[in-house]
Design a protein around this ligand. Structure first.
Ligand SMILES: [Zn+2]
Length: 290
């Protein structure tokens, strides 16, 4: 069933478990994520991009499907699922992008103004919240900054408790992405995670905490983050790699046997590879069954 972010995350925060938020750009990824969630009977968050952003040069290349058609599929598929499914817009830099996605059917949006000044971040977050609340849509914001490529281990980009409290009091945001040592993409070096900071942030504000850049951590690291108070865990990169690995493996095996590969078999193998890693991580995040 289709739900908003709060319907999944508030319960998870209360009962101390994590929920995975997995990114999709194609039909197979949707099937992989929901297949894993339905098998484990756990709530799940599907993350979409702002595909209709006219300013994003790569938006068409990233998603060749017509955005409306694809979102109709995601919404329908989520709606008929026996588990709670939230459709969340990941990293949107603009108010307009959030509105576009709400119009297309997202039940949760992230306004990411973490690159702007603290005051600007508060102002645009409040604006998005005002529009979203009227539609029953929940809002995630980010303070501190989760870098894209290299880890910052000096501590200067980590979210402070003071910032989080001030941001929450001013905005009453539904969930908050915090910088606690993870980075987006593939880790160049071992991340230094601030476990104590997670616990301090959780105690300081009632909004569920979100961890971005969660690909590549180990089971123990996920466990510690969730125990300290991370509720939503964004996971994308390794899911993409797992799907591609499964396809490569099948191609290699077919070649070794002197056989040609068929698209349907490769596609199914890719989806199965993604589904397996999603299921594995639902376990690491300790997501509770419904
Ligand atoms: Zn992110």
């Amino acid at each position: 069933m289709l739900v908003n972010g709060n319907e999944i995350l508030l319960k998870a925060r209360e009962e101390h478990y994590g929920v995975g938020a997995f990114n999709v750009n194609d039909y197979g990824a949707v099937e992989a994520i929901l297949g894993a969630a339905e098998e484990t009977r756990t709530p799940v968050i599907i993350q979409i991009g702002d595909w209709t952003d006219p300013n994003a040069a790569e938006s068409k290349a990233k998603n060749p499907w017509d955005a409306k058609m694809f979102m109709n599929f995601v919404r329908y598929r989520a709606d008929i699922s026996p588990v709670p499914v939230c459709i969340h817009l990941d990293h949107c830099r603009t108010y307009e992008g959030c509105i576009r996605s709400i119009k297309l059917g997202a039940t949760s949006v992230m306004i990411d103004a973490s690159m702007c000044s603290f005051e600007e971040n508060i102002a645009i977050t409040k604006k998005v919240i005002e529009a979203a609340r009227g539609c029953g849509v929940t809002v995630e914001a980010e303070i501190g900054h989760v870098d894209g490529h290299a880890g910052d281990t000096t501590g200067k980009l980590y979210t402070t408790v003071d910032e989080a409290v001030r941001f929450y009091e001013e905005t009453k945001v539904d969930s908050l992405a915090v910088a606690i040592g993870t980075v987006h993409g593939i880790y160049a070096e071992e991340p230094v995670l601030q476990y104590d900071r997670i616990a301090e942030l959780r105690d300081a504000i009632p909004a569920p905490l979100v961890m971005h850049g969660a690909s590549g951590l180990n089971a123990e690291q996920y466990k510690k983050c969730v125990e300290r108070g991370i509720t939503k865990i964004n996971f994308a990169t390794y899911m993409q790699l797992a799907g591609a690995d499964a396809i490569e493996k099948m191609v290699d095996a077919n070649r070794a046997a002197g056989e040609r590969s068929r698209f349907q078999a490769l596609y199914s193998a890719g989806v199965a590879g993604m589904r397996a890693i999603v299921k594995e991580h639902i376990g690491y995040f300790q997501t509770k069954s419904i």
